[in-house]
Design a protein around this ligand. Structure first.
Ligand SMILES: C[S@@+](CC[C@H](N)C(=O)[O-])C[C@H]1O[C@@H](n2cnc3c(N)ncnc32)[C@H](O)[C@@H]1O
Length: 294
């Protein structure tokens, strides 16, 4: 596997003699942060399968920015729910690379065409993963309960009429029902069940999904959260939220009891307080978005 480490030849003038200016070649191994993500040209596709877009790139940029933490985390099982073209699960495997050896990758999608396309994308990149055609993680929950260390999800999040949710083909890639959260609300308890004690969930949301409400729901399940990347495009305002188990979150929720409005307000305050940090992250991650053109 190539991690984007390049060998560069530098030509420098020598200061050994006054008459001659000897060319000294120094071969330098350049340390690079350009760890590979999935290559667009190697992605498989199908008219009924979601092509990677700004939301997919934002999630991969968030994973790239968190690479050091992910490696220290030593995940044993990494999973993507709703893998589409396979761009994200392939990128995650490439980002972690051989430094995280022995990781088992699993991807699911309700769309059988997406499952086939993801298998082809993985194969084109030389990555092995288990790809399952199922609704979220149905049929896998008994086997995987409490053992997944990283879950990544770019869910169908577009607000639509409820009857568009779960339609066949490409519609199910984006149709999210009321406030765009119908599938998200189904994924959250499944993620809680699957994640190990030290498990992390990275999820794409829009402002229209009311991210603070999503964080509140997870807080009630004992998860802390942080927006690790925010990106505004012409069409939408994308947030990547990272969730992790935090015993204090659950205690605090119990203490406030029915005062949910206050807690929701506090979650919102906490998210808003991250905004100066977010603009910094945004510029950093935007610079690292080299994979858009590859
Ligand atoms: C926004 S697309 C994201 C695709 C890909 N992960 C990406 O970021 O490019 C959402 C994906 O979720 C899948 N999906 C929708 N509902 C699902 C469900 N109930 N269970 C599993 N996958 C689902 C869709 O088929 C689609 O591939």
């Amino acid at each position: 596997m190539d991690y984007g480490v390049e060998s560069v030849e530098l030509t420098l003038p020598s200061i050994r003699t006054t008459n001659e200016c000897q060319q000294v070649k120094i071969k330098q191994v350049q340390k690079s942060t350009n760890f590979r993500t999935a290559q667009i040209r190697l992605l498989s596709s199908h008219p009924e399968v979601y092509e990677p877009c700004d939301d997919s790139f934002a999630l991969v940029d968030a994973l790239l920015a968190d690479r050091t933490n992910l490696l220290e985390h030593c995940p044993r099982i990494c999973m993507e729910v709703g893998c589409g073209s396979g761009y994200i699960i392939t990128s995650l495997a490439l980002i972690l690379g051989q430094e995280a050896s022995g990781v088992h990758y699993i991807a699911t999608d309700i769309n059988p065409d997406a499952v086939r396309v993801t298998r082809e994308t993985l194969e084109a990149h030389g990555i092995h993963a288990e790809v399952v055609n199922t609704d979220i993680a149905s049929g896998l929950e008994m086997r995987l309960a409490g053992s997944v260390d990283v879950i990544v999800v770019n869910p169908p999040y577009v607000p639509t009429p409820e009857d568009e949710v779960g339609c066949d083909g490409i519609t199910c890639a984006w149709a999210g029902g009321e406030n765009g959260v119908s599938i998200i609300n189904k994924i959250l308890p499944v993620a809680d069940n699957l994640l190990s004690e030290r498990g992390w969930l990275y999820m794409v949301t829009l402002t229209a999904n009311n991210p603070s409400q999503i964080c509140l729901q997870m807080k009630e399940r004992g998860f802390a959260s942080r927006i690790v990347l925010q990106r505004s495009t012409e069409e939408e305002n994308i947030h990547i939220i990272k969730f992790w188990r935090d015993a204090d979150s659950k205690v605090e929720t119990k203490e406030v009891g029915s005062a949910k409005k206050t807690l929701a307000g506090r979650v919102m305050d906490s998210l808003l307080s991250q905004l100066p940090h977010l603009s910094l992250r945004r510029s950093v991650t935007s610079n690292s978005s080299y994979h858009h053109g590859n």
